[in-house]
Design a protein around this ligand. Structure first.
Ligand SMILES: *[C@@H]1O[C@H](CO)[C@@H](O)[C@H](O)[C@H]1NC(C)=O
Ligand SMILES: *[C@@H]1O[C@H](CO)[C@@H](O)[C@H](O)[C@H]1NC(C)=O
Length: 357
């Protein structure tokens, strides 16, 4: 067996291990699984066509995928189904590894594995059938909030993804992505600037210290998350995140505890796009909320203070998924702190005292 084949089999065996571990604890739970950039060998190089790993993964996930889902999955690693087999509800699982700028196989392709045109058709049909839709994926569009100017998608894919969301926002009730291992979210706006969709970046169960140059102490505690949603409209009503304090668990014993509930921590009625916009505004303008968000961002791992540059990185990543709008945001937010230093110091001292209460 050559190195590539050995790598392919390692990935397949690893996936078999994960699937059986998940199946044994969640026997009666329907699982919608998306491929991550490390679920392939060589990593990130997901092909825009049929291959052995998509094929083997589809077979591995046979309990989770309906027959039609298996077919599209084998071609491009994506699928769609009625959510929990219910009329009016739909889930669309994307393979956004095809858009990752590290993926050399999709560099010069306009629509890798025809996923964009497929997704557009899925959403058009869903609208015709009065369905509400959740979108699931791994690598998100937009920017990494812990490093200035670090995007994942290639530029033209990023643009096309935003177009897709803007076009179909009336029926999209949530977007659920990962990849960062950190806890954050992304806002999508209409061309007139009203909040139309939110993407939730769920922290990783796996603690991971990023190898990206320039990120200081970029680790996370293990986190898992529960979304509460309206079973008819798919409106997300609340988000509860649980975590394991690794420092504590390593010296004492394994312990999972509640980290926070979105509506309590940020005082909003739900997790609708309008509410998430309000959360983002609070984080942007109120130091207490910024610090709270920042600690949640690493799942309570990095408890240092989020200073001015940190604020810009996080706020602009949350607010602007589009490349040009992000650049503008960085310039705008960077130029807005005109208050004299001493006054700012006093103010932040007062605010940090207030945050304690
Ligand atoms: C889904 O619902 C249809 C009826 O609407 C039913 O015939 C089918 O068996 C259900 N499938 C599953 C997997 O529950
Ligand atoms: C995690 O545990 C360590 C060790 O017990 C403790 O010092 C630290 O404050 C804990 N972190 C949080 C966020 O509770």
């Amino acid at each position: 067996m050559n190195r590539t084949m050995a790598g392919v089999w390692k990935i397949i065996l690893l996936n078999i291990f994960i699937v059986s571990a998940r199946s044994s604890v969640m026997k009666d739970t329907k699982v919608y699984s998306a491929m991550g950039n490390h679920d392939y060998h060589p990593k990130n190089q997901m092909p825009p066509e049929k291959n052995n790993i998509y094929e083997q993964t589809a077979n591995l996930w046979h309990d989770w995928l309906q027959a039609a889902s298996k077919e599209t999955f084998k071609i491009g690693g994506y699928y769609t189904e009625k959510l929990l087999n219910q009329t009016g509800l739909r889930v669309m699982v994307l393979n956004t590894n095809l858009y990752y700028d590290q993926n050399k196989l999709t560099e010069n392709i306009k629509d890798p594995a025809d996923q964009f045109s497929w997704a557009d058709k899925v959403l058009q049909d869903a609208a015709k059938n009065n369905e509400k839709v959740y979108i699931i994926g791994h690598v998100p569009p937009g920017f990494f909030e812990k490093k200035r100017d670090k995007a994942w998608f290639r530029k033209e894919f990023n643009k096309r993804y935003i177009d897709l969301i803007q076009k179909h926002s009336a029926i999209i009730q949530g977007q659920f992505f990962g990849h960062h291992h950190t806890d954050s979210f992304r806002m999508f706006y209409s061309s007139k600037g009203s909040p139309i969709s939110a993407m939730f970046l769920t922290p990783g169960v796996t603690p991971w210290i990023t190898t990206l140059p320039g990120v200081i102490d970029g680790g996370n505690n293990p986190g898992i998350r529960m979304f509460q949603y309206d079973t008819k409209t798919l409106l997300i009503k609340d988000i509860i995140t649980y975590y394991m304090n690794l420092t504590y668990s390593n010296v004492a014993h394994e312990r999972w505890e509640k980290e926070y509930r979105l509506t309590e921590a940020f005082r909003v009625p739900d997790a609708s796009p309008a509410s998430m916009h309000r959360v983002m505004e609070r984080i942007s303008t109120d130091k207490c909320y910024l610090q709270k968000y920042f600690e949640f961002n690493s799942v309570n791992y990095d408890l240092t203070e989020c200073h001015a540059d940190c604020r810009i990185d996080h706020v602009c990543a949350m607010r602007e998924v589009d490349f040009e709008a992000y650049e503008k945001c960085v310039v705008k937010e960077g130029g807005s702190s005109t208050a004299p230093v001493l006054f700012t110091l006093l103010l932040s001292l007062m605010l940090s005292l207030l945050c304690l209460s």
